[in-house]
Design a protein around this ligand. Structure first.
Ligand SMILES: *Cc1c(COP(=O)(O)O)cnc(C)c1O
Length: 532
């Protein structure tokens, strides 16, 4: 269940940590989008407020559901537009509303007239969506009582009266919702409310379906798999949206757990396996430093090196001097041969781990966060050249710019060129070589000599069409820059072809007017460079 690249990272780890699999998280987002086409995804940040995770979701086009100015700032640091972030918390102070407004946030959750009045005062003209209550039945965490208006028509009418835009309705079926019925009930609620709003002349533009989508990797406290009916949940949501098709609404989902839970693994240690009245297994990680939800779900534990050995039942607990720091559900089978210091891998621990961590209860530190991917950059190997040539031809043949494998290969300086290895194939390459400033390769023939220069010429960078729009171009350039700096280059140059000069300008490259690349580079080619 844990993919190979994550297992490798866990096996190498010398100390406790949580390892997030960015590739897994991206794939999860892709799956969600395929299940709910056209629905906007806004990640509920509290489930995993880790910068690398937020950045990878933003790079893939997700927005964010933020609960206050702190989360809003983290979301905006990823570079997303403020319109891709909403203030999704119905509980907020005047000062926090004003701070969000100053940060450019224009859409706010609400559920009472007091909050609507505050939004009208502190964020004049904002868009508001009203949360409706649900009973949380069928969810492991119900989220009932604290949120939701019993009279959303009155709340949205008051918003309109105060100059706000009544923009939507929202709900949350409860976290780790394990029934399909909860979604049917939610759409019944929406179907009843929308005509009542229409009667008041309030036409909404969207419905926010909240979070609650289940993760697959937990066990129930009794040790049986949870088997969330995920496919049926998606079908029920699609069916619900079809039912409301007449209203012309946009849809937003705010998954937290669903996107990250199954793609985070904790690497901790055995503190001690003891037998007191009954056997207890104490781990270096417990409810106060990463496994807070361990009272409601059972995490799968894996003890590398102890596969196939005899087992004994033990109650599992964290390291602190607090009896709440015990994972629930009673004894679980663990290897009888465990000794202090043995590693343990805790599966599907990616949601609400870092955010529910204490500052260091009893001096036990929060887990360090690491992010890994299946994809990696590595030097170009002999066996890669067929794939590289194919990518080159696919990228340039139609523009008549392909130089062919021999010429390309002659320019692939070892220490400054690399491929993007997806774990399955070559998904891209970058070729750069030292080259005198203001000169550039002749595309019609291979390189004849090797230059020494403090200028690094980025000759070519290609990402497979199927992998475009996922931030790989940016990452490859970041890597090139790091390589150039490490090898004491002073400048990077390139020839922008195919009208891409504005793209390169956005990466800090400036043109050198008067220096015109030859015809081989196609019409309008521009020589550009930047210092490091
Ligand atoms: C926490 C939260 C979510 C995410 O819930 P999950 O069950 O983790 O998907 C979504 N929306 C709101 C408003 C939340 O508070």
């Amino acid at each position: 269940m844990i993919p190979e690249h994550v297992r490798a990272a866990l096996a190498e780890a010398g100390d406790d940590r949580i390892v997030y699999d960015l590739t897994g998280i991206e794939n999860q987002l892709d799956t969600l989008r395929a299940e709910l086409p056209g629905v906007h995804v806004r990640f509920a940040m509290k489930a995993c407020p880790v910068d690398e995770v937020l950045a990878c979701l933003a790079d893939r086009g997700a927005g964010f559901d933020a609960a206050g100015p702190g989360e809003i700032r983290s979301a905006l640091r990823t570079g997303v537009a403020p319109t891709a972030v909403h203030y999704g918390n119905t509980v907020k102070s005047d000062a926090d509303i004003a701070a969000a407004y100053r940060l450019g946030i224009t859409t706010f959750a609400t559920d009472c007239v007091e909050d609507v009045r505050a939004i009208a005062a502190e964020a004049p003209g904002a868009r508001v969506f009203c949360r409706v209550p649900t009973d949380g039945a069928g969810a492991l965490w119900g989220l009932t009582g604290k949120f939701g208006s019993e009279d959303p028509v009155a709340v949205l009418a008051e918003a309109r009266r105060l100059g706000l835009t009544p923009a939507g309705l929202s709900l949350h079926v409860g976290s780790q919702q394990l029934t399909v019925r909860a979604w049917a009930v939610a759409f019944d609620l929406l179907a009843a409310l929308l005509p009542r709003l229409a009667e008041q002349g309030i036409a909404l533009d969207h419905v926010n379906l909240g979070g609650g989508l289940p993760a697959a990797g937990y066990l129930a406290p009794d040790g049986t798999p949870l088997h969330p009916p995920t496919a049926a949940v998606f079908a029920a949501i699609r069916e619900g949206m079809r039912r409301l098709a007449g209203y012309g609404l946009d849809y937003v989902v705010e998954p937290g757990r669903y996107l990250v839970a199954d793609h985070g693994t904790v690497r901790a240690r055995v503190t001690r396996l003891t037998v007191r009245k009954s056997p207890w297994l104490y781990l270096s990680c417990g409810r106060f430093n990463g496994l807070y939800e361990g009272d409601k779900v059972r995490y799968r534990l894996e003890f590398p090196g102890h596969e196939g050995g005899p087992l004994m039942p033990a109650t599992v607990a964290g390291p602190s001097c607090d009896s709440d720091d015990t994972l629930g559900g009673g004894p679980v089978p663990v290897p009888a041969g465990l000794t202090s210091g043995d590693p343990v891998w805790i599966h599907a621990a990616g949601a609400y781990a870092t955010s529910y961590t204490t500052m260091g209860f009893n001096g036990f530190d929060p887990l360090a966060c690491h992010a890994v991917r299946a994809e990696r950059f590595r030097p170009i190997a002999e066996a890669d050249w067929d794939a590289v040539a194919e990518l080159e031809a696919a990228a340039y043949s139609s523009h008549g710019l392909s130089e062919g494998p021999a010429a390309l290969r002659s320019r692939a300086a070892n220490s400054t060129s690399f491929v993007l290895d997806t774990g399955e194939r070559v998904g891209g390459y970058l070729i750069a070589l030292p080259y005198p400033r203001f000169r550039f390769p002749d595309l019609s023939r291979p390189e004849r000599s090797v230059f020494g220069s403090t200028n690094l010429h980025l000759h070519d960078v290609v990402v497979d069409e199927k992998l475009r729009g996922r931030g790989w171009g940016r990452r490859m350039l970041r890597r090139l820059k790091a390589i150039a700096e490490a090898q004491a280059y002073e400048r990077i140059s390139l020839v922008a072809v195919d009208g891409l000069a504005p793209y390169w300008a956005s990466h800090g490259f400036a043109p050198h007017p008067g220096l015109t690349p030859p015809d081989g580079y196609g019409p309008g080619a521009v020589y550009m460079s930047r210092s490091l």
